[in-house]
Design a protein around this ligand. Structure first.
Ligand SMILES: Nc1ncnc2c1ncn2[C@@H]1O[C@H](COP(=O)(O)OP(=O)(O)OP(=O)(O)O)[C@@H](O)[C@H]1O
Ligand SMILES: [Mg+2]
Length: 1013
């Protein structure tokens, strides 16, 4: 049936259209034609179809209703305009601007849309898209429409001079007066197109925009003479054909030259133009004869317009401009940028210098600190701290067992015990620290259980180790704590006064302007550091202050000072103090109000200090007279066997002289006595083990059963049952606002940076050095292929330099990590304030100005393009890249604590993103599964943006082996897999990545960098 319809269509179209070279007048003709095609058929299957068609047609001559489909393989269908027939599809491959099945319909729209997407002409004339003209809209008139023919990102030019570059289209008006007059007002026109590489041209003749005949010109020589301003296209072969029933071709009332055209016109054809006034002539010997005889003109004269989309470098006679020299404006711009940066740095340093943190202290200047009215006492309520059943288990080991105790305002509670007894653990738990193990038990504040967050607002904590910023002075360190944590309502001068007061109390006022120092740069002594750490907490005067071994590392005199100032704080300001202590001197012990004694996690004593001697004596542990009670207590817990023996022994006591003496002890004699009997004291009880056993392990049970424990428990229950309500909201005193936190921490970070300028200077110095080196290496780069290579190499090196120097960010955070964790735990600031200040003062000075410096050096030296603000764009790219990559490294630093591992991971991240920059792997060859690595590679975006910015508009000229190559840089970039039009896309991705990294960095800092003890 199919074949039958094909035949029917053939018949129908042949009869209805009456067109085509092969006239099929009857079925016999059709079959003859089939036979002819059969002999010359290229494709057997195509022919087989025809054969079957013919067979079928023979069988059923009656089934002639369906006309055959168009198929140019069939003899009765023909492609007009000498278009090629695609033997595979049976369709005509139309020339530009023609459509329809047989390519006879002129198309409108624009050449750039492609024949398949162009609308065919519905009206007598075409409405072309803007920028296009001509009968079938093939001719460009504006440059911008030519961009569509260029590689992406490259702008095209509409070249109109009529000289062919690759493939041009001309639109001509016939100017022979006779022809015009004979047509009676109908406008004769011609379209002329040539393809240089195929060496052929087409010529169409139109009357009133209706095509009459067309010619195909082959074996053309396309010449132009630029000096004479002429073009000359000579074609050896010419073939022309009429469109049936068109004017001049058999339309009613007109002459018919169809036979003349097909039979007589053979060539050679000649199309010559004067480029300047656009007059052209088309001549072909037979055509000329005809024109001569009919109209009296020697040839067809024309007035033509031409349009071809080309890249400007392709325009004949286009001289690649030499590399532009630096203009005065360029120099001013570069210097201007450098100056602006310098000004920003200077004014930044100046402003930060004005910050209160930077002022040198002078104690005379401070307002007297009024304890009663001080704003810091405004929201304060005296706090009784009680706790019971506090136990702690970690890794299956019980560190604390059912500890309980109570401490009132104006009291100091000392936690004593041997090393490893659990003192720090108890203190941590009481201070509400985040512990790694299982904590049980209750802590009451005035009988209430508080939320951890509220609880932390009223307590202060001094660590066993000192974590201080080494570059700050003593005064600055304490002032920093005061500014961040004292109430907002206090004036700056009051805060400063408070700092001086605390420094004075702790006797470190004399060293207030000395820097803390570090392991590498000697600063204040260990004991002084201890006191600075204490001062940082003391200055805020929290309701409850916890201190872990505040006196360790101090000499006896200073140790007493410290404890005295704590006692003073508790007495004068009604504060509650809890601390652990090692080896306190007798006169220090006398300052304690309450005592908790621990022995390997067991509570051995909890209660008034004053009662402890009595209690132990009653239970068989008599402290030898003159013996330091604290030492004695430790001895009980650690080596209570021996002490127990000594107190229960009935043998004559060599120490009786001192144990029986009452009142004042002569310490010199005491010392002499113990020195003489040293060996007796140490060995005299080793033999009597049986008496010892009864005490072993019983200390805690003895205490639990004692009346003292009962009293304490009662006291705890009493306060629990009648709690004093605490207004939690009032406790939330307003400390430094978020903005001031950022400012204070920023100025501190900045100060740290400039007091330790090696890192800062090395970044600047290296940028200067690398800039100079690159300037020397790539000096005055040329606009040729090797210049292209040099440029890409330079950008790659610059990015790699900044990328790897961002590894220093890893170190800078790892050294501050512990300080941040401690300060965050002690409520100094919100982590976001720290993060922002880190970004402002650490990332910006190190990551923004060095690249600007480097770019300002290399640009004039290397001679990179300054057009289209390329210099400023480069700065933008490099700065964005540097910020993004350094924040990326910061994330690695935040995530991974160990410096070795974090450096390794940082290098790996950098290398991976370097690999996908676009130089080592062509973007288009990337496999889908790993393509995402390119999307997250900061190097890729920066490298692509830098290359596009520099090379896109360059025409690279290369002369090698006598050959001259001229290539637009954009073409090479596209070949390299870069997207030439993606500059702003790259910039936005870079910015987007920087912001994303910033957010991820903060999330990690917020959630993963938390104190855990
Ligand atoms: N997270 C932990 N993992 C393992 N053991 C722990 C942990 N925390 C505490 N301990 C153990 O608990 C015991 C008490 O430790 P803690 O630090 O409280 O002792 P301390 O009394 O403060 O000692 P020192 O006087 O030496 O500071 C120690 O034996 C310690 O090893
Ligand atoms: Mg400890």
């Amino acid at each position: 049936m199919k074949y039958v319809s094909l035949a029917a269509i053939a018949l129908w179209s042949a009869s209805v259209l009456g067109a085509g070279a092969v006239q099929v007048r009857n079925e016999k003709d059709l079959y003859n034609n089939f036979d002819r095609i059969k002999r010359g058929a290229v494709l057997n299957d195509v022919f087989d179809i025809k054969q079957s068609l013919a067979d079928q047609y023979n069988e059923s001559e009656t089934d002639d209703k369906c006309p055959p489909c168009f198929n140019c393989n069939l003899p009765n269908f023909e492609c007009v305009q000498f278009s090629q027939c695609n033997t595979f599809t049976g369709r005509c491959e139309c020339r530009d601007g023609y459509g329809g099945l047989d390519c006879s319909e002129p198309l409108c729209g624009s050449l750039s849309d492609g024949n398949n997407n162009r609308p065919s002409r519905q009206e007598p004339t075409c409405d072309c898209k803007p920028g296009w003209s001509g009968i079938n809209c093939n001719m460009c008139t504006e440059d911008n429409v030519c961009d569509a023919f260029m590689p992406e990102g490259l702008s095209g030019t509409c070249y109109k001079s009529g000289i062919i570059v690759n493939k041009f289209h001309q639109m001509c008006d016939v100017t022979n007066p006779k022809i015009i007059s004979i047509l009676g007002g109908k406008k004769p026109q011609a379209t002329f197109s040539c393809n240089r590489s195929a060496e052929n041209c087409d010529f169409q003749f139109w009357i009133d925009q209706r095509e009459s005949f067309y010619c195909s010109l082959n074996k053309c020589k396309l010449d132009y003479d630029l000096s004479a301003n002429t073009t000359h296209y000579n074609c050896e072969e010419v073939a022309c054909k009429c469109l049936p029933d068109r004017m001049l071709c058999g339309e009613a009332g007109s002459i018919d030259i169809s036979e003349f055209l097909t039979e007589t016109i053979k060539g050679p054809g000649d199309f010559s133009c004067d480029v300047a006034d656009r007059t052209c002539r088309f001549s072909e010997p037979s055509m000329n004869d005809l024109i001569q005889s009919v109209f009296g003109d020697p040839y067809i004269t024309l007035k033509c317009k031409s349009g071809e989309c080309v890249h400007k470098s392709e325009i004949p006679g286009y001289d690649i401009p030499d590399k532009t020299k630096l203009t005065l404006n360029n120099i001013i711009l570069i210097i201007g940028v450098a100056l602006v940066c310098g000004l920003i740095i200077i004014s930044g340093v100046h402003n930060i210098n004005q910050s209160p943190l930077f002022k040198q202290s002078g104690e005379d200047l401070y307002e007297p600190f009024d304890a009663d009215n001080a704003a810091m006492n405004k929201n304060f309520t005296p706090t009784t701290l009680s706790f019971e059943n506090v136990s702690y288990t970690v890794k299956g080991q019980t560190v604390l067992k059912n500890v309980f105790g109570i401490v009132q305002p104006r009291e100091c509670l000392a936690i004593l015990g041997g090393s490893g007894a659990g003192k720090t653990t108890l203190l941590d738990i009481l201070a509400g620290k985040n512990k790694g193990g299982i904590v049980t038990g209750d802590i009451y504040v005035n009988g209430n259980i508080l939320e951890n967050e509220d609880y932390k607002r009223i307590v202060g904590y001094v660590d066993q180790e000192d974590h201080l910023i080494p570059t700050l002075t003593v005064y600055e360190t304490v002032l920093n704590s005061a500014l961040l944590r004292l109430p907002r309502d206090m004036t700056l001068r009051q805060k400063e006064a408070r700092v001086v007061e605390v420094l004075n109390e702790l006797r470190i006022l004399n060293i207030k302007d000395r820097v803390i120092g570090s392991d590498f740069k000697r600063g204040i002594s260990g004991g002084e550091k201890r006191r600075v750490s204490i001062a940082c907490e003391l200055v805020t005067s929290p309701s409850v202050l916890f201190l872990d071994e505040p006196t360790s590392g101090l000499d006896a005199y200073n140790a007493r000072n410290v404890i005295e100032s704590l006692v003073k704080l508790s007495r004068d300001f009604n504060r509650t103090i809890v601390f652990t202590i090692h080896q306190p001197r007798s006169n220090i012990v006398s300052l304690f109000d309450k005592l908790i004694l621990l022995s390997e996690g067991d509570l051995v004593y909890s209660g008034d200090m004053i009662k402890c001697n009595d209690y132990f004596a009653r239970n068989g542990y008599q402290c030898p007279l003159g013996y330091n009670i604290a030492d004695f207590l430790i001895d009980i817990t650690v080596k209570h066997k021996q002490i127990g023996k000594s107190s229960s022994a009935e043998t004559p006591d060599v120490h009786a002289e001192f144990t029986q003496t009452s009142g004042e002890t002569d310490t010199t004699r005491e010392w002499q006595h113990y020195a003489i009997h040293r060996d007796d004291f140490n060995h005299d009880h080793d033999t009597e083990e049986d008496t010892v056993v009864q005490y072993t392990g019983n200390l805690s049970t003895v205490f639990i059963e004692s009346p003292i424990a009962g009293d304490i428990k009662q006291e705890i229950t009493a306060i629990k049952e009648s709690p004093i309500a605490i207004d939690v909201s009032r406790k939330r005193i307003k400390r430094a606002s978020f903005l001031s936190q950022v400012l204070i921490v920023s100025s501190r970070t900045f100060k740290n940076l400039y007091r330790n300028p090696r890192l800062l200077l090395s970044h600047y110095f290296l940028s200067f050095l690398v800039g100079g080196f690159c300037g020397y290496l790539y000096y005055d780069v040329h606009n040729d292929i090797s210049g292209f290579q040099n440029r890409l190499g330079l950008f790659f090196f610059v990015l790699a330099f900044f990328g790897f120097s961002s590894l220093t960010g890893l170190h800078s955070f790892s050294t501050e990590r512990i300080i941040f964790i401690r300060e965050r735990a002690n409520n100094y600031y919100h982590p976001l304030s720290y993060y922002l200040s880190k970004i402002f003062c650490d990332v910006l000075p190190l990551r923004v100005f060095p690249p600007i410096l480097l770019v300002s050096i290399i640009y004039p030296l290397v001679g990179l393009t300054m057009e289209h603000n390329a210099f400023l764009k480069t700065i933008l790219v490099v700065v964005l890249f540097n910020v993004a990559v350094s924040v990326e490294m910061l994330i690695v630093g935040i995530l991974i604590k160990e410096p070795g591992t974090s450096t390794m991971l940082g290098v790996l991240v950098l290398l991976l993103s370097l690999l996908f920059a676009g130089l080592f792997v062509n973007s288009e060859d990337l496999k889908g599964s790993i393509r995402w690595l390119e999307w997250v590679s900061v190097f890729h975006y920066a490298y692509e943006a830098l290359s596009i910015n520099e090379v896109k508009d360059l025409i690279l000229k290369e002369k090698k082996y006598g050959l001259s190559i001229e290539v637009p840089g954009a073409v090479i970039l596209s070949t390299f897999g870069f997207d030439v039009g993606a500059f702003w896309k790259d910039i936005s991705y870079l910015g987007g990545l920087a912001v994303t990294f910033l957010i991820i960095g903060y999330v990690f800092l917020h959630y993963f960098t938390i104190e855990k003890r």
